[in-house]
Design a binder for this molecule. Structure first.
Ligand code: PGA
Length: 255
């Protein structure tokens, strides 16, 4: 049910995943520039790492921000194929997505590793978009809340109350990602409220009420307004629909 929204600027992030090269990024930004109005919301584009410095140049003065999709927790060293927090910063990022379910599923990332990455991001002044979410099997076994609480607590281990303010939590039910089947606004709100409650238990309600909890999983222009009107939904992490400039702009406008 709709109720009073917690007042904070919504954050809408585009997760391009492993899509787009320079030409496609160029035409996206050109088209998006025509639609985008930067009022009272934060918009972040998270392209593949090869495009980070390039897009950083393209979006200067547009009022939108840049994020990476992943990073290693070490500053540098013999980690072939990885990028470090220093490199992510250097490329112009303010945000970094961490713990995405595709990283958990295909690259064996677990809460302990994600916690190291969250700490490393914070140490370098990067804002983590920390992803958590249950699988279909877990939802059907009625352990969604248990899974969410445990992922949140483990990923935030040894993060203090000053540091946690920089974090954005993304609730992304795994069954809703890339499936076209979004969580209903009520289903999402229920989990967001539980995340906020858990944050309150860990850090106190005053801090918990200021942390943005965004929803991800088949967000599109047709469902974004309703999802974003829920009390504890403070933004969206958008995959497929963020690849099209008009769709992504429409989602941004609905916030
Ligand atoms: P989707 O992806 O919008 O394509 O479901 C969301 C995400 O994985 O962040």
């Amino acid at each position: 049910m709709k109720s009073t929204r917690i007042k904070m600027n919504p954050l809408i992030a585009a997760n391009w995943k492993m899509n787009k090269g320079i030409k496609e990024a160029d035409s996206f930004i050109k088209e998006f520039r025509g639609y985008f109005k930067a009022n009272n919301k934060e918009v972040v584009i998270c392209p593949p790492s090869t495009l980070l410095p390039y897009i950083s140049g393209l979006i200067k003065n547009m009022g939108i921000k840049l994020g990476a999709q992943n990073m290693h927790f070490e500053d540098k060293g013999a980690f072939t194929g990885e990028i470090s927090p220093l490199m992510v910063k250097d490329a112009g990022c303010e945000y970094v997505i961490l713990g995405h379910s595709e990283r958990r599923q295909h690259f064996n990332e677990n809460d302990e590793l994600i916690n190291k990455k969250v700490k490393a991001a914070l140490n370098h002044g990067l804002k983590p978009i920390l992803c958590i979410g249950e699988t279909l099997e877990q939802r059907e076994s009625n352990i969604t809340i248990k899974i969410i609480k445990s992922q949140l607590t483990e990923c935030l281990k040894n993060i203090n109350e000053n540091e946690v303010r920089a974090i954005v939590v993304a609730y992304e039910p795994v069954w809703a990602i890339g499936t076209g089947k979004n969580a209903t606004p009520e289903q999402a709100q229920e989990v967001h409220a539980c995340i906020r409650k858990q944050l309150g238990e860990l850090y106190g309600n005053a801090i918990a009420s200021k942390i943005r909890i965004i929803y991800g999983g088949s967000v599109k222009p047709e469902n974004s307004k309703e999802l974003l009107s829920m009390k504890d939904i403070n933004g969206a992490l958008v995959g497929g629909a963020s690849l099209d400039a008009k769709s992504f702009a429409d989602i941004c406008s609905s916030a």
